[in-house]
Design a protein around this ligand. Sequence first.
Ligand SMILES: C=C(O[C@H]1C=CC=C(C(=O)O)[C@@H]1O)C(=O)O
Ligand SMILES: [Mg+2]
Length: 458
Amino acid sequence: MAIGFRHHLQQQLHRLAVNAARPFVSWAEPWEGVDPVSFFMQGPSCGFRERFFWADRTGGTILVGLGSVYAIETEKADSRFDDVEAGRRRWEKEMEPYGAVDAPPLLFGGFSFDPYRPGTDIWRGFPAGKLVAPAALLAVRNGKTTLTVTMPTHQQGRDWERIGRLLERISGPMAAPKQLPRLVSDEEEEKERWLAAVHKAITSIRAGELDKVVLARARRLAFAKTVDAAAVLQRLREQQPFAYIFAFEQDGRCFIGASPEQLVQKEGKTCRSVCLAGSVRRGAAMEEDERLGAWLQADRKNNEEHQFVVQMIGRLFSSVCETVEMPPAPQLLKLPHIQHLCTPVVGRGCRERSVLRLVEMMHPTPALGGTPRDRALEVIRALEPLDRGWYAAPIGWVDGDGNGEWAVAIRSALLAGKEAMLFAGCGIVADSDPDSEYEETNVKMAPMLSALGVMNDG
Ligand SMILES: C=C(O[C@H]1C=CC=C(C(=O)O)[C@@H]1O)C(=O)O
Ligand SMILES: [Mg+2]
């Protein structure tokens, strides 16, 4: 079957390439029975240096990309969203899609949290803004799986060889992801220093300098062997069923996570977002869990933290949409380790053509930066010694029409060889207590610790 399929694909692409008027062609073909994580796993052994994984909150849309046939990268802090949007528009014009119409080619992308802050070496390969069109895209939508292969029309040799290898391997017996290695060291920023930063932030807020700021911390784990991103991905999929599962890998460095937070989705003229801020842990038994949930819904400090996000996203959607709907009070979102206050927002009659414009306007929301935004960013630069890189920043995809979905890359880790750097932050407001905020960041690191096999929470 693989040889027949491969031959068929090659013929289609060759025929299109010969007649194409544009520099890129793609061909999409139904391809059932392929597991998305197995597809992801094949990347390096087939010679692909880039891998992407995206599963939405429902698991209804899963997108896996291998290789890069077209990439837009920018380090320009002032124009990064314009640069990336210009690259997307160029892509739209240079690309001729053929085959199954419900599986158009798309671009995976990500941004850094704060492009004005000098980056450190750990985030090498993760610039201020990046979009990539993969050579091979596996898309699962509404229960149907499609493979889309994208090629430059002038030279198809190298990528074609890799795709040939991929088709061969994926139809053979599948190897399981590697075992997770043993933890050998675990370092974090000194707790006292972090608590002092939170304390300073509270003092500034009480003095009226700003309303809210999100402060984060990191934890660096070292393992006995290289951490296999596919194994972590597999575990995240099993353990975090209601999260966006994402991975963005280049040259062996993989930014991976399970984020509950949608930044923005655009589908035609409808756009959606979810305000997520205000947190408490899950209870061990149902009674305790319900008590904690009820406490969260009534708690003044958490509601204040949440309302800054609701106000900002509500205002922003109102400025670009004809109508905006949101429930009058926050709901509870219960995840395996944590529960959050959550307000979904729907905007209709959206006037923006590209989801990237919405990403630009929304980042960072007060759930990741603070209020007012610019003042909060200054406070983060002054009080947080960390290089956030792509943590707490937009990650997602966009298609040629400007539709797409983006999450906020939290509950995440950067995997680099034998090391994993984990990140978590929390919203500081006037009534915050530094010790409780510290505890909250521990709860937020639990999903990644568990996926890495470091924390056993059965
Ligand atoms: C910044 C993070 O979470 C944000 C999202 C939801 C709830 C939050 C909170 O309650 O503080 C944070 O604003 C993180 O997980 O690293
Ligand atoms: Mg909080």
